[in-house]
Design a protein around this ligand. Structure first.
Ligand code: HDE
Length: 691
């Protein structure tokens, strides 16, 4: 349909065209006029210009060319790593004044609020890859502070694969799709990754983490975040302490099981993105506390490893966390491309009061991200894109460049100058100055001896986690190495694992059918026995709660309406979301003949999408469910995935799905049955069912 404008509107729109893009946009929005990029009002947005109604399209059609050319250039290079991401706006509130330790303004006074934009990501896959791949997750926060933007660009795992930035391209090449064949996408289970890892023993600690449940989070809202490197905090007096940054999710840390992850990838490849978006849209705002591990040089010197080595963590039992702030994500981006895609994080974006350490991995990152933004966003003015702009005043004498959006005024584009005394000048008191850390020694290409122990913390992590977590690590390694075609790589990995933990190595070797085939590394620093750190176990992070979780209720025809309404009310009162699932999206009737609409059709709602499930039905509905393969799979998977299951009116289906009498299966009979269902579901999984 053509849009017609009144002549008065037309005049207003044309008259409002000026220099400022904002004014222009507002005038167009105000009038409803559809224009070209240069303000020309279109009379027809349905038909290209042709020589006759059935004739050839004319090259003269500059409007067609403008539109299609813009479209052809809609994509920018995706991030070489962390391409797949989801983000949200929010606010960081300081909860503990840290002035004695850091002069960073956003940590200076309790209650001070700082806007943030946070992007979560997978590492290995492309922008369109699945959310539930086994992978580390990026956890990048841009604080728009009054002293400039501060980017805390971390991961959901506190350590990293490598110690020196020079190895990063090799690591990433090895994990991404293989160079000759272009697969696998977003998966580490292939030869090149494990070949590299088998030759890089420094990666063993990180390998334990990425093979653990942490690498398949239930939700981005239920992930911890870590700055990974050691940084510095500096106070007004110029005194410095070291710091490690931690984000702790209010919802606790939850993960899925591998079989669930695989099935979720098929059922909803945007599982994490959708979950974050829907939670925020529904007002259930995800929240994290910012914790700091602050320590001095003397503590660093006492530790049996180097705090500059990013493959090591500091157990909380040694340096506890001090909680200093809370981040709440409360607004979805308005536009995915403009914000989530164009946001440019750089670990080099600092504020006074925070500084770098000499961690050689961090040092490499300090140049890499700026360089990346230049190629991704096309030039030096990427800080003028709205999502990247500081929210405090900013001014300098840098000029011109690709896509300059501002119109800088005046003659003085250099400094010192005398012709613009009011122009921007450096400030000794307020400005950033680097901590004057001592430097000494020769220029060398060497790895410090203190970086030499690659196995002790891998062992500490493995021995610190619970028995089910250990089992999952062994299963993940068996799966991943089972997909490695070259036997020599598997043998080398078994050698490394046997240094980490003999039982782990034996279990993986057994799973691979390669017992006794381990090939030990020639030379290595013998691991030392570190105290276990119970804080590393996910079980310590699992809140007993239904907050932010989702329960799926499968309803068959003739279900008991009262049980349904009590159950829904109970679930919602615990802060969880509910999806009512019927055989057909049109819904079904309860035993009183009342029609209930469905939120989801069973074929699109496998139980892997939920944290707990219930099945309610009358006799007719049960016969229909019994004849439906998806209904059997719904319960079978819920059983395998150790979920709490509530049932009513589906005795035969329960028997056929093998759930009858199992722990965590609750019959909705009697006054307290719904309460028992909710109690069980709060625990997350019914671990006693795992074998
Ligand atoms: Fe990154 N990393 N990285 N990285 N990284 C990028 O920058 C790089 C490292 C992390 O949501 C890139 O803008 C090098 C550790 C996150 O936009 C690139 C090294 C940690 C994100 C880059 C590392 C991270 C990135 C690609 C080794 C955890 C996504 C796109 C020295 C502490 C941020 C971009 C977002 C992104 C380089 C290692 C976290 C290529 C050279 C360690 C969360 O510049």
């Amino acid at each position: 349909m053509k849009q017609k404008m009144k002549p008065s509107e037309k005049a207003k729109s044309v008259a409002a065209k000026g220099n400022g893009g904002e004014t222009h946009q507002r005038s167009v929005e105000g009038t409803g006029a559809l224009t070209s990029n240069h303000g020309l009002i279109l009379s027809d947005n349905q038909n290209s210009l042709k020589g006759g109604p059935r004739g050839p399209t004319l090259i003269e059609d500059f409007l067609l060319r403008e539109k299609i050319t813009h479209f052809d250039h809609e994509r920018i290079p995706e991030r070489i790593v962390h391409a797949r991401g989801s983000a949200a706006h929010g606010v960081f509130t300081c909860t503990k004044a840290m002035g004695a330790i850091t002069k960073a303004g956003f940590l200076a006074s309790v209650g001070l609020e700082t806007p943030v934009f946070t992007r979560f990501s997978t590492v290995a896959g492309g922008a369109g890859s699945v959310d539930l791949a086994r992978d580390a997750r990026g956890f990048a926060v841009k604080f728009y502070t009054q002293e400039g933007n501060y980017d805390l660009v971390g991961n959901n795992i506190p350590v990293f694969f490598i110690q020196d930035a020079l190895k990063f391209p090799d690591l990433i090449h090895s994990v991404k799709m293989e160079a000759d064949r272009g697969f696998p996408q977003n998966a580490s289970a292939h030869d090149t990754f494990w070949d590299f890892i088998s030759l890089m023993p420094e990666s063993m600690h990180m390998v334990m983490w990425v093979m653990s449940d942490r690498a398949i989070p239930r939700s981005l809202r239920m992930m911890e975040g870590f700055g990974v490197h050691t940084f510095r905090l500096v106070n007004e007096a110029g005194e410095s302490k070291f710091v490690k940054f931690h984000w702790r999710p209010a919802l606790g840390s939850s993960c899925v099981l591998w079989d669930e992850a695989v099935k979720i990838c098929g059922a909803d490849q945007d599982f994490h993105r959708r979950d974050l978006y829907e939670a925020i849209a529904s007002g259930s705002f995800p929240e994290w506390e910012l914790g700091l591990q602050i320590f001095d040089q003397a503590t660093a010197d006492r530790l049996p490893f180097d705090v500059l080595d990013a493959t090591k963590l500091i157990p909380e039992e040694i340096v506890p966390l001090e909680f200093v702030g809370r981040m709440v994500l409360n607004r979805n981006p308005d536009n995915f491309f403009a914000e989530t895609e164009q946001v440019a994080f750089c670990p080099s974006h600092l504020v006074p009061g925070i500084d770098f350490s000499d961690d050689p991995l961090l040092q490499g990152r300090l140049m890499s991200y700026l360089d990346t933004q230049l190629s991704r966003l096309g030039g030096v003015n990427f800080h003028q894109i709205p999502i990247n702009q500081p929210k405090c005043p900013f001014a300098n004498l840098q000029r011109d460049g690709h896509m300059q959006m501002q119109v800088p005024k005046g003659r003085a584009n250099y400094e010192p100058n005398s012709i613009d005394p009011g122009g921007p000048r450096e400030s000794l008191e307020k400005g950033f100055s680097s901590f004057p850390a001592d430097l000494s020694g020769q220029k060398v290409r060497l790895r410090a001896e203190s970086f030499g122990d690659h196995y002790s913390q891998a062992r500490m992590f493995y021995r610190s986690v619970s028995a089910p977590e250990q089992k999952h690590i062994a299963m993940a390694l068996t799966f991943e190495l089972g997909k490695v075609e070259i036997a020599a790589i598997r043998k080398k990995m078994l050698g490394h694992l046997s240094i980490v933990d003999m039982d782990l190595a034996a279990s993986v070797a057994e799973g691979l059918g390669m017992s006794g085939e381990a090939e030990n590394p020639q030379e290595f620093v013998e691991p030392i026995e570190l105290d276990v750190s119970p804080a590393l176990s996910l079980f310590h992070r699992n809140e007993r709660t239904l907050q932010g979780r989702k329960i799926g209720i499968l309803a068959g025809a003739g279900f008991d309406g009262k049980t349904m309404s009590d159950l829904v009310a109970g679930i919602q009162a615990e802060g969880a979301a509910v999806a009512v699932i019927c055989l057909k999206i049109g819904g079904t009737k309860d035993s009183g003949g009342k029609k209930h609409v469905a939120d989801m059709a069973l074929s699109a709602a496998p139980s892997v999408l939920f944290d707990g499930v219930a099945v309610l039905s009358g006799p007719q509905g049960e016969s229909e469910l019994l004849a439906n393969a998806d209904a059997h799979a719904f319960l079978r998977d819920a059983r395998l995935h150790l979920k709490t299951i509530g049932v009513s009116g589906v005795k035969r289906l329960a028997q056929e799905s093998g759930i009858d009498g199992l722990a965590g299966v609750i019959q909705f009979e009697g006054a307290d049955s719904i309460a028992r269902f909710l109690e069980s579901a709060k625990s997350g999984r019914v671990w006693e069912r795992e074998n």
